[in-house]
Design a protein around this ligand. Structure first.
Ligand SMILES: Cc1cc2nc3c(=O)[nH]c(=O)nc-3n(C[C@H](O)[C@H](O)[C@H](O)COP(=O)(O)OP(=O)(O)OC[C@H]3O[C@@H](n4cnc5c(N)ncnc54)[C@H](O)[C@@H]3O)c2cc1C
Length: 431
């Protein structure tokens, strides 16, 4: 038997493609096969948005997506896409709520979206093979042969929707890229994205600290991207949504030999001169307080220690005395720079402190692992993809959708929006 459509991957891209392919073929006996290696469809989708499934965003600008073909994502996603997603969800009886541009099912449960999609797939009679892994794909005179760990199938249309390499517990795997190569598609190497970024400096003393901040990523000392939000420190990395957004293309850039660093402004709303003036005033009004106590009036006390340490050592080198200190008495005992009273600081020293609070620099040495990353950057080269249909140019009936493509959205619903939008295009494109 030859299927009309085979779809590899039962995530949001693959499930959407199945539903739209059924609509397009518009007849009850269309033979559509959806193959998923997990035991259930949409396993990753359940985990998205902390279980709430942030499936789109009404805000759009040129920083929302990264790709080696910079403008390709915007040939598919435009200011109307979120409306298409809402209409699609409405057709599945899922009500959408808009929280300052971020779209969620109004139940705030990802299961609403997964169940609605899987129920529709069942209702329209899509043949679903779960627990079955595709291992080989061959193109042969406008039909496609798909070999799984259980069988071989043939189809007139083939939609590749196997996601990325990230989150292996939810289905991510690097094995998927060989399928594209078997079909002659070029692939940009996959890297973990929307993940933490490792620092050269030892920041273990800051582990657990959270702070509102602005972060700017520099590539070879050139400003690349700025994000604002909550910064989180871990043992050896910077984390938090704004760092995830800066990580979108970091793996790729580092692999190409670029030097990356991040500059953090710990008080984004205040000018450096205002911080300087605050400290000068503190020197007059509270002359005998320690610099650590004074800086804690501005920033988290561990960050205060870290910054004083930098000033005292002239580098990010950790002062173990600082890490181990428990009380002011200990600080005094160890002749720790944190214990210096503010009245002993010169104007220039205060200027340096204000500057460091405003421009705290971290060299980036790597990304988090695929285990920790929400998505994968890199993937199938989009130069061979027709954005009108997500079909491979010159290859009738072969479509590539979702995270498998070399397109990475930032946090905020942009990746599911991408998966659904490309799934719609491919489904509408089948013949
Ligand atoms: C913890 C977490 C939270 C996230 N939160 C959000 C969020 O709130 N908003 C947002 O926009 N994005 C979020 N994302 C990203 C988003 O989930 C993905 O970008 C999106 O699911 C990609 O959809 P997809 O259909 O392309 O791929 P996937 O959802 O990864 O689906 C691909 C499917 O293909 C299957 N598969 C792979 N290989 C094979 C094979 N050989 N044979 C058969 N089946 C195969 C996989 O098992 C998988 O089920 C989050 C990701 C994670 C990990």
């Amino acid at each position: 038997m030859t299927y009309d459509v085979i779809i590899i991957g039962g995530g949001p891209a693959g499930m959407t493609a199945a539903i739209f392919a059924y609509k397009k073929l518009n007849h009850k006996n269309a033979k559509i096969l959806l193959i998923e290696k997990n035991k259930k469809l949409g396993k990753k989708l359940y985990a998205t948005g902390n279980g709430k499934c942030n499936l789109g965003n009404t805000l759009l600008d040129l920083t929302c997506y990264e790709s080696n073909q910079e403008f390709f994502p915007y040939e598919i996603i435009d200011v109307h896409t979120h409306k298409l997603i809402c209409d699609f969800m409405d057709s599945l009886s899922v009500n959408i709520t808009n929280k300052e541009g971020y779209l969620y099912p109004s139940s705030l449960q990802a299961s609403s979206v997964v169940w609605a999609m899987t129920d529709k797939i069942k209702e329209i009679g899509v043949e679903v093979h779960i627990n079955e892994e595709c291992i080989k794909t061959i193109s042969d005179k406008n039909v496609y042969h798909v070999t799984t760990d259980k069988n071989t199938y043939t189809s007139r249309n083939l939609i590749l929707a196997p996601g990325g390499a990230s989150a292996p517990k939810l289905g991510g795997t690097q094995k998927i890229y060989s399928m594209a190569s078997q079909l002659g598609l070029a692939v940009y190497p996959p890297y973990p994205a929307l993940c933490k970024l490792k620092t050269a400096a030892d920041i273990s003393m800051l582990a657990g600290v959270r702070s509102k901040a602005k972060a700017t990523l520099y590539v070879n000392d050139n400003e690349y991207l700025t994000e604002q939000g909550e910064l989180q420190f871990t043992e050896n990395s910077l984390s938090g949504i704004m760092i995830f957004n800066l990580s979108c293309n970091a793996g790729n850039l580092m692999e190409q030999g670029n030097k990356l660093h991040i500059v953090i402004s710990l008080l984004p709303e205040q000018k450096e001169t205002e911080i300087f003036e605050f400290l000068i005033k503190a020197r007059e009004s509270c002359p005998t307080r320690t610099i650590h106590a004074i800086l804690n009036g501005l920033i988290h006390e561990k960050l205060a220690k870290y910054i004083i340490n930098i000033q005292a050592n002239g580098s990010h080198t950790e002062n173990k005395n600082i890490e181990n200190d428990k009380s002011d008495n200990d600080l005094k005992k160890n002749n720790n720079p944190c214990y210096r009273t503010i009245n002993t600081f010169t104007d220039m020293e205060i200027e340096n402190l204000a500057h460091t609070i405003k421009y705290l620099k971290f060299e980036v040495t790597g990304c988090g692992s695929f285990d920790e990353a929400q998505v994968t950057s890199g993937g199938v080269d989009t130069t061979c993809i027709n954005p009108a249909s997500c079909e491979v140019y010159g290859n009738n009936g072969l479509f590539v959708v979702g995270e498998y493509l070399d397109v990475t959205g930032k946090c905020g619903g942009y990746n599911i929006m991408w998966a659904i939008a490309t799934g719609m295009k491919a489904g509408e494109g089948v013949r």
